[in-house]
Design a binder for this molecule. Structure first.
Ligand code: FAD
Length: 337
């Protein structure tokens, strides 16, 4: 146990960054009665944040295929927090499918993950009629969910304001200029104080078609990346996401071909879909690809959310709240100077 920073409402708390990490920290602290000010250098459109480009899948069981157990532990806790704070969040599961040539990778995915049940072709078609006759079988992760980042971020920002706190957009801040407790949620921009942070580029495409209807994310097993199609409503679908060690933004022709190919493989009607947007974001990652809450007296840095920002942000914010109010430390995620 470390000493807590003081009772609620005692001293001001500043949060730098209103991406998914900063927004959840602000929400839980504000709702617990702390006076919070959030500084965000972007305008309300949040195009400078990685969170703007994300898929928003809340998939702790699927992610266990390539992640450490701590991701599932925090992710499952986050699902509860999403449910409690945003009861309208679609929690209708996710599907994993594969083509015949990727059969062995599909079976490996099934072996390395839990929380799924196998659906035969008929059951798959009943769950997602657009996929009828397309795949021999699939894995259904019934308890997973997904959010639409560009809808949920403004909702989080509105809730923070409703809880009596302030968000200042177009406000570039430096931790040293701020008084009281400072929570640094700058994502990849925090490399000045956390030099081991790197960006892992994720490219995405949004397409539009009336010919396909999906109710949940569909992952297509792929030898290099987990490619997926996420329904966004109003006939729009996000196709994601590559994972490339690169610092530039932009989308390469090769990646676009792979993402569009994956969509076409899920349903040939995607060939006639209209392309609405190409984009990419740099996921903030430490060398071990695990999240970290670094504590140095009144400075707390929440970073390294990598490909799990939406999955982990609520649970990480809950840990920060526990530290601020009661001095509780989670040894797996928190490091004290
Ligand atoms: C294509 C793609 C798909 C993804 N899909 C998923 C997914 O399905 N599920 C999932 O859980 N995760 C997903 N991710 C990962 C997720 O997007 C990231 O983990 C998450 O966005 C990181 O959030 P963050 O708040 O740490 O950083 P950011 O979202 O980058 O937020 C940091 C904020 O700090 C602001 N800032 C920086 N410096 C300053 C300063 N000095 N003053 C004020 N403000 C500052 C920035 O403008 C930014 O808004 C995906 C990522 C990509 C790129």
């Amino acid at each position: 146990m470390y000493q807590s920073l003081g009772p609620r409402g005692d001293s001001p708390i500043s949060i730098i960054g209103a991406g998914i990490a900063g927004a959840w920290n602000a929400l839980l602290l504000a709702q617990a009665g702390h006076p919070v000010t959030v500084h965000e250098r972007s305008d309300t459109a949040m195009r400078q944040s990685t969170s703007h480009w994300a898929g928003g899948m809340l998939a702790p069981w699927c992610e266990a295929e390539t992640s450490e157990p701590v991701i599932s532990r925090l992710g499952i806790r986050s699902l509860d927090l999403w449910r409690r704070h945003f009861p309208e969040t679609p929690m209708n599961g996710s599907l994993v499918v594969a083509h015949a040539r990727d059969r062995s990778d599909f079976e490996r995915f099934a072996r390395r993950t839990t929380g799924h049940r196998r659906l035969d072709a008929r059951a798959l078609g009943e769950l997602e009629p657009s996929l009828e006759g397309r795949f021999r079988d699939g894995l259904f992760y019934a308890d997973e969910g997904h959010v639409e980042p560009r809808r949920v971020l403004p909702q989080l920002h509105a809730r923070i304001a409703a809880a009596g706190s302030t968000i200042q957009f177009n406000s570039e801040a430096k931790a040293d200029d701020l008084e009281g407790t400072v929570i640094d949620c700058r994502g990849r921009a925090a490399r000045d104080t956390q030099p081991s942070l790197r960006g892992v580029k994720g490219e995405m495409i949004v397409v539009e078609t009336d010919e396909v209807e999906l109710s949940r994310p569909v992952r297509l097993i792929h030898p290099r990346w987990p490619l997926y199609v996420i329904p966004r409503g109003d006939g729009r679908f996000m196709l994601g996401a590559t994972s490339i060690e690169a610092q530039d933004s932009g989308v390469s022709v090769r990646s676009a071909l792979e993402l569009l190919g994956a969509a076409y493989a899920v349903h040939p009607a995607f060939a006639e879909a209209r392309i609405v947007e190409f984009g990419s974001g740099l996921r903030p990652a430490f060398p071990d690809n695990l999240p970290r809450i670094a504590i140095d007296k009144e400075k707390i840095a929440v970073n390294g959310l990598y490909r799990h920002g939406f999955l982990l942000a609520p649970a990480l914010a809950e840990l920060v709240l526990g530290y601020v109010e009661r001095g509780v430390i989670d040894n797996e995620v928190m490091q004290c100077a």
